[in-house]
Design a protein around this ligand. Structure first.
Ligand SMILES: Nc1ncnc2c1ncn2[C@@H]1O[C@H](COP(=O)(O)OP(=O)(O)OP(=O)(O)O)[C@@H](O)[C@H]1O
Length: 259
């Protein structure tokens, strides 16, 4: 089950420590299709996390609105699972209990407890049920965080740089797992990443954002067949065009000279 998410003319202004206004999101519009895999990329401070947090219902815009299947997003909900960069696992709970946490919080544990082993297998962690977060690797911890969100059967999974802290081998491995989970669960995926290759490898569509003010500067359809090859000519051409877009977006206006 997946969903349509709409971001309509959204503005989010913060006040920084010096009292200055920061336009984290400026007139942002975005329609995310049901079951779409969408990545949001852009330089630090362009509003990626702010946008994801608004979609999650962790924060609210000053103006504009966000909807999911036509209903206004006003609060967090298990229908929009959120995975943080560092997983955010509870260190005092083992893998199984971390994954069960949401079921217990929603008081639906008894009815659903048989699902826990299914989700542990789904993320490839059979045999680690009793391990604590400090006893597993960073990549495994992210799989637990993803299973913890998926067990609530969300319509959308919101991933805030979940692979940012992983080495490149673990990262590639988790990217493939995320693709597999996306297909298996048929949900909408929204990924924030700094990694252009990761965005091209995974996404149906890439949202490019630029800062000051934070806004969407380009939407790119990634119409390459899957599985994708990172060294393929079309892949490399797309990477080049995204890099060029960033260079253009960051270029300073040339001063005008008069003789
Ligand atoms: N709670 C806050 N208070 C004040 N300013 C904030 C707050 N949260 C974000 N900002 C500012 O809003 C802008 C956008 O921040 P955001 O974290 O969304 O960017 P980002 O693209 O996710 O950056 P990064 O890639 O570094 O995580 C930045 O200038 C940031 O400093």
């Amino acid at each position: 089950m997946s969903s349509t998410i709409s971001v309509n003319n959204v503005n989010r202004i913060y006040t920084d420590a010096e009292g200055n206004k920061v336009n984290a999101l400026y007139n942002v519009d975005l329609d995310i299709r049901p079951g779409e895999f969408i990545s949001i990329i852009g330089p630090s401070g362009c509003g990626k996390t702010t946008l994801l947090r608004l979609i999650a219902g962790l924060d609210k815009p000053q103006s504009g609105e966000l909807t999911i299947d036509g209903s206004k997003i006003t609060d967090v909900s298990p229908e929009r699972g959120y995975v943080f960069q560092q997983g955010g696992l509870f260190p005092w709970l083992n893998v199984e209990n971390n994954i069960a946490y949401g079921l217990k919080a929603r008081k639906v544990y008894k009815k659903n407890k048989d699902k826990i082993s299914r989700y542990i297998s789904m993320v490839g962690l059979d045999g680690f049920e009793r391990s604590y977060p400090h006893q597993i690797s960073g990549g495994m911890a992210q799989r637990v965080a993803i299973a913890r969100a998926l067990i609530n059967e969300p319509k959308a999974l919101l991933l805030d740089e979940p692979m940012g802290a992983l080495d490149s081998f673990t990262r590639a491995d988790l990217q493939d797992k995320i693709l597999e989970l996306w297909k298996e669960n048929g949900i909408t995926m929204i990924l924030v990443t700094h990694d252009i290759d990761e965005a091209i490898y995974l996404s149906d569509r890439i949202v490019i954002m630029t800062p000051r003010p934070g806004k969407i500067s380009k939407l790119i359809d990634v119409d390459l067949p899957r599985p994708r090859h990172r060294g393929g000519s079309e892949f490399l051409a797309m990477r080049k065009s995204i890099l060029e877009h960033f260079e253009l977006a960051q270029a300073q206006p040339q001063p005008e000279y008069m003789i």
